[in-house]
Design a protein around this ligand. Structure first.
Ligand code: EPZ
Length: 422
């Protein structure tokens, strides 16, 4: 298994481009199952999870052709099976996103139940409950969700918990359903707006994407389209924190500042000078020690849970005490155990972490436990004195495109070593 070797090397500085958003790419790739036509996708990030989704579609008989860097032509007209097997689903929970489109277009789907993961149980009960409300017959057998529906019927669905992929699955189910579907307490993430934008271009009739009430008028058929994936707001935020934690000056380009305004507010509270343009964000912490910030994760437009670990890393070296409340997932503080090893002072009680900033972290071997935790450990390693080795970096490859190359371009000392190299 690969590791990263990171050596603290002072302030990062320079420009780095954001890649396309992982959490927009995954549902939009699955939207290809809704048409017997080519879906042309641009600005796809080169990530492990995108590769897994391509493999998942290909093993169903979907044509997935590379047509340039970050560009795919996806055509499901020749689909041969509606099964998403365990060996793929167990590596990527988001595989559940084939369920809604397969049911809507093919009337059948067998999707292996995604297991939990390090950050929580991650149930899909709300996905299933919504599809049943639309008339699907669903059985859970042998670790599979087995679903069928002659034609889904529009329904009013109220999510008891805001769920991002639950909203995406039901949105994709609704666009071909008979009649009107209303999704109440829907998730409002920008990735859902991007999915809705793509579906609308394909001929779907959707109102309210980005608000908590989405109204869909089902149509009989959709058609192919060309769609450009939005920038990744979490990758953007991660690189901005890299600039702040090293007291440097980093600009992220090819992004959209409107996608992460609560993150920018927190960076300003930490003492960074934040400036923005139409497609870039600039964070300058030159010569200053960050101030500790308090944060409380919430569904969008609140502070994103996917940035919580990165800000905990920032708080570990900040001046003062920061309180972090994680309200989305039940076990998303695993990075704290590893940050302790670098000398961080963190007290955890339930879903609240109290971080008392220290002057310096000291490099040590640590282990990644999930995608965003691994990013937080890289950030801490960049700010620590000496060398930090981060094991199990396959977690980070799921959601960050060539992170070591991008950080290297900002002056970081980071190298990927395979296990043998010790
Ligand atoms: C999406 O996961 C993202 N993944 C996650 O990003 C992100 O952390 C999460 O949304 C929250 O923003 C993708 O978009 C591929 P949820 P998702 O359903 O949809 C509970 C990353 O780092 N829930 O919004 O799986 C659930 O347990 C990843 O890129 C149910 O109870 O998250 C959680 O407590 C990590 N029943 C809460 O809702 C359900 O049927 C929010 O989960 C579904 C969810």
């Amino acid at each position: 298994m690969d590791k990263f070797r990171v050596t603290g090397n002072g302030p990062l500085s320079g420009e780095v481009p954001a890649s396309g958003a992982k959490n927009a790419a995954l549902p939009i790739l699955c939207a290809s199952l809704l048409v017997d036509d080519a879906l042309i996708l641009r600005n796809l990030p080169d990530l492990w999870d995108v590769g897994t989704t391509k493999r998942l579609l290909r093993q169903m008989g979907v044509q997935v052709a590379e047509i340039g860097r970050g560009s795919l032509a996806v055509n499901a007209s020749g689909i041969s099976t509606c099964v998403a097997p365990y060996e793929l689903v167990k590596t990527m929970r988001a595989s559940i996103l084939v369920l809604g489109p397969l049911l809507a277009k093919r009337g059948a789907a067998q999707v292996s139940l995604p297991g939990g993961c390090a950050i929580g149980a991650r149930p899909v009960n709300l996905h299933i409950k919504g599809l049943k409300a639309m008339g699907a017959k669903i059985a859970l057998e042998g670790g599979f969700v087995k679903a069928e529906a002659s034609r889904l019927k529009g329904a009013r669905i109220v999510f008891e918990t805001v769920t991002v992929t639950g909203t995406e699955n039901l949105l994709m189910a609704a666009v071909l359903a008979d009649g009107q579907t209303v999704l109440e307490n829907a998730a409002r993430e920008p990735e859902i707006v991007d999915l809705a934008r793509c579906l609308t271009a394909m001929g779907a009739k959707i109102d309210g994407a980005g608000t908590s009430t989405i109204i869909v008028e089902g149509v009989r058929e959709l058609h192919g389209v060309e769609h450009h994936i939005i920038p990744d707001r979490i990758e953007t935020g991660t690189f901005l924190v890299a600039g702040a934690i090293t007291r440097g000056h980093v600009r992220v380009t090819h992004t959209d500042p409107n996608l992460l305004d609560t993150v920018l507010v927190k960076l300003q509270q930490a003492g960074a000078r934040v400036s923005t343009g139409s497609d870039w964000v600039d964070v300058d912490m030159t010569g200053r020690r960050p101030q500790a910030v308090n944060l409380h994760t919430l569904p969008h437009p609140g502070f994103p849970t996917d940035m919580q670990a990165q800000f905990m890393a920032l708080d570990t070296i900040a001046e003062g005490v920061g309180t972090i409340r994680e309200t989305i997932f039940e076990n998303r503080f695993m990075h704290a155990q590893e940050l302790f090893r670098l000398g961080a002072k963190i007290h955890i009680e339930g879903n609240t972490a109290v971080v008392t900033g220290v002057e310096r972290l000291i490099g040590a071997p640590v282990m990644a436990t999930d995608l965003r935790a691994s990013a937080a450990l890289v950030l801490a390693g960049l700010a620590a004195d000496g060398e930090t080795t981060i094991d199990r970096v396959y977690h980070i490859d799921r959601g960050y495109e060539r992170i070591e190359d991008k950080l290297d371009a900002l002056g970081a000392h980071i190298a990927r070593v395979s296990d043998g190299e010790g």
